[in-house]
Design a binder for this molecule. Structure first.
Ligand code: FEO
Length: 177
């Protein structure tokens, strides 16, 4: 059985992951509307990953008899001054998520919750990748995005990211339905 404090903290983290999903979906829409479809695609895939993160936590709670009580989602930004600003926000957001995962691990240790720790270790490792990826794009965008050619190149590059199989966020998955 999972403790009340851990249950509450994991519910809070499910919310954080769903807010990440929502934020990246907004960024995807922002990029698509600016004809940056490669970046839009990249962000849809990122949103897919965030939904998976939320579901991993939700299943962990269910498996351990914790009550799932999802808090309201916070309204995030839906407009950005520039593509560069959106990428910088994505990087900042991942740093925020890392701090939340670290807090959760602190709590799991304090509560001697050994069952939660392997899952949280997975999230800690995932956050290394999440920060590295968004941070790298933000830096590259800062180098090149002041020219139309630079933006075009980045859009092409980021559009190479592949959707996981059967993602409901992949336009190809629902085009035929
Ligand atoms: Fe679920 Fe991008 O962290």
């Amino acid at each position: 059985m999972i403790s009340e404090r851990m249950t509450q903290a994991i519910n809070e983290q499910i919310k954080n992951e769903l807010e990440s999903y929502y934020l990246y979906l907004s960024m995807a829409a922002y990029f698509h509307s600016a004809n940056l479809d490669g970046m839009g695609r990249w962000m849809r895939i990122q949103a897919h990953e965030e939904m998976v993160h939320a579901m991993k936590l939700l299943d962990h709670l269910l498996d351990r008899g914790g009550k799932v009580q999802l808090p309201d989602l916070k309204q995030h930004k839906t407009e950005w001054e520039s593509p560069l600003e959106a990428w910088q926000d994505a990087y900042k957001h991942e740093q925020f998520i890392t701090s939340k995962i670290n807090d959760l691990m602190d709590l799991a240790r304090e509560e001697k919750d050994y069952q939660a720790q392997p899952l949280l270790t997975w999230f800690i490792e995932e956050q290394i990748e999440e920060e590295a990826t968004s941070g790298k794009v933000a830096e590259e965008m800062a180098m090149v995005s002041d020219t139309k050619q630079g933006l075009f190149f980045m859009d092409r590059e980021l559009g190479q990211r592949a959707f996981p199989a059967n993602s409901p966020l992949d336009p190809a998955a629902y085009a035929a339905t």
